[in-house]
Design a protein around this ligand. Structure first.
Ligand code: SF4
Length: 319
């Protein structure tokens, strides 16, 4: 962190001397929330919840950020030492979490690695999920090789014009595709509880009804790529789906999301200041299925509710 190059911004901030880089964070981990979270994909949240740790700050800084309350420079949160984060993980495991879900941790990876090593020594056995914007350096991901069981990565946009406009990152798609390739290399093909592979898992879901509590298997290893559809950007979404499927085939799960919620920062951008229509989302899902997608998660109607955004009220269980 003396000349930080952890994320693709590679801004070179001397965080050891107190400088803050593009991500707005100094040398030590800060977390905004740690709790059980029910709204990830069903094979992650299960019925007991995912033990989610939200880190403060973010190197991507999208103007549409759904977690804007904690991703900015002045994000409220608490500084934690590696031993304390280990305690949080062990507490969440004890509370029934199916996994530990690290949300936007890229700018703290060296300390996260130390924390996980301590937690594992003290008895952490549940899978580790690394939940990311997808804007990641392969070199940094390699520090997590063997520690992370499941990658939950966004692939937000194809167009450099769109990624520049929303995230000031014209290289987003290219960087994200290389990152996803590294994630899949590390995790291998998806594996679920009971040793189910993707085909067996998909078949096992056919008997589940929509109304019932989720009774399917939990993911134990693998990579899920999420694409949050944006209003008016169907053609970009179609390209994202095509590129992912053509490069990674059945070696990952694709989660197509319709829960986009307009945030105050884009109130003057009329095209983004609305929710995704049912018609737009259906066209995207139909396209993915027609293109042969077998490993997919889709969302039902009514998911674009603010209640999917966790209450960032300073809750940190375990310390
Ligand atoms: S993690 Fe932060 S300080 Fe490091 S390169 Fe990225 S933006 Fe800069």
């Amino acid at each position: 962190m003396g000349s930080c190059r952890l994320c693709p911004r590679m801004c070179g901030a001397d965080r050891e001397k107190g400088e803050k880089g593009y991500c707005g964070q100094g040398a030590h981990m800060r977390i905004a929330r740690a709790s059980l979270h029910a709204w990830e994909e069903p094979c992650i949240s299960g019925t007991g919840g995912s033990g989610t740790v939200f880190f403060c700050g973010c190197p991507l800084g999208c103007v549409i950020c759904q977690n804007a309350a904690i991703s900015g420079r002045k994000a409220p949160g608490r500084e934690v030492a590696p031993g304390e984060l280990a305690e949080v993980c062990l507490y969440l495991q004890e509370a029934g979490a199916h996994n530990i879900n690290l949300v936007t941790a890229v700018h703290f990876v060296p300390e996260v690695v130390r924390s996980l090593a301590i937690a594992v020594r003290r008895g952490l056995t549940i899978p580790i999920v690394y939940n990311t914007s997808g804007y990641e350096n392969v070199e940094t991901l390699r520090m997590l090789d063997g520690l992370v069981d499941i990658y939950l990565a966004d692939c937000k946009y194809f167009s450099p014009v769109l990624s520049q406009r929303i995230s000031r990152a014209p290289d987003y798609f290219t960087v994200c595709m290389e990152a996803v390739a590294e994630m899949i290399r590390q995790t291998g093909d998806p594996v679920f509880a009971g040793g189910l592979d993707a085909a067996a898992y998909n078949a096992s879901l056919e008997d589940l009804t929509e109304e019932a509590d989720y009774a399917g298997a939990l993911m134990e290893r693998g990579t899920i790529v999420r694409h949050l559809m944006l209003p008016g950007q169907l053609s970009d979404s179609l390209r994202v789906v095509d590129e992912l499927m053509s490069r990674f085939g059945d070696h990952f799960y694709l989660s197509l999301m319709n829960q986009y919620t307009p945030m105050p920062l884009i109130a003057d951008q009329t095209d983004l200041n609305r929710r995704v229509s049912e018609e737009e989302y259906e066209k995207l899902v139909d396209h993915a299925i027609a293109a042969g997608l077998k490993n997919g998660f889709f969302q039902g109607e009514g998911t674009a509710e603010e209640s999917f955004i966790p209450p960032f009220d300073g809750t940190i269980l375990g310390i």
